[in-house]
Design a protein around this ligand. Sequence first.
Ligand code: ADP
Length: 211
Amino acid sequence: MNILLLGAPGSGKGTASEKLIKFNGFTQLSTGDLYRAEISNKTELGLKAIEYINAGKYVPDEITIGMVAKFLEKKSDNLLFDGFPRTVGQAAGLDKLLESKGTKLDKVIHFVCDESVLIERLGNRMICPVCKKSYHKINIKPKVNGICDNDGTSLVVRPDDAPDKIKVRLEEYNTLTAPLINIYNNKMVEIDVTNVTPTELYEAVVEGLKL
Ligand code: ADP
């Protein structure tokens, strides 16, 4: 089964993915993580994407679809799409790519959240650059200040989690990604994630997917 986690930045897609990978055997395809790896490896693709990402803007569709096509060459089932598709054009691109592999997107989980909560979460977020686990400076602290519980790596603040970039990212989401809600209506389950803990979030997703 291929699934998509659809939701604004800060809605918990990465947090839910972590457990779905660990306990349910999904392979994550996070275009944000793929881009960050390309940037840290200073590849041509990373250089193309960095300006958009640091400004909080979406990378152009043809670049993102090309990167996903490469990933799907290696694996096209039991995928958890996180942060892709994010535009109507990307949704059409993904349909075509999956069809060519004889597979499809089976279910979409839509995370619904108050915007004030998203801004508060993103503004307090710290992430582990190695295992990608995310923390909250006040509510979900690591055991040792500034250090990842999983692997002891120093936590970082993403450059696009600066307040002015958060605003742009939410605008991009509302304009370009929100239309996907209608497109995926017939395979979508909605979860209100405004007031849930990471464990409650995971349990709601598992129930929504009927795993
Ligand atoms: P978040 O969901 O918190 O915004 P991501 O890690 O998914 O974070 O994405 C970070 C940035 O990477 C986005 O703001 C955008 O610039 C770029 N990006 C990731 N996925 C896509 C995509 N599918 N289309 C265009 N840009 C993308």
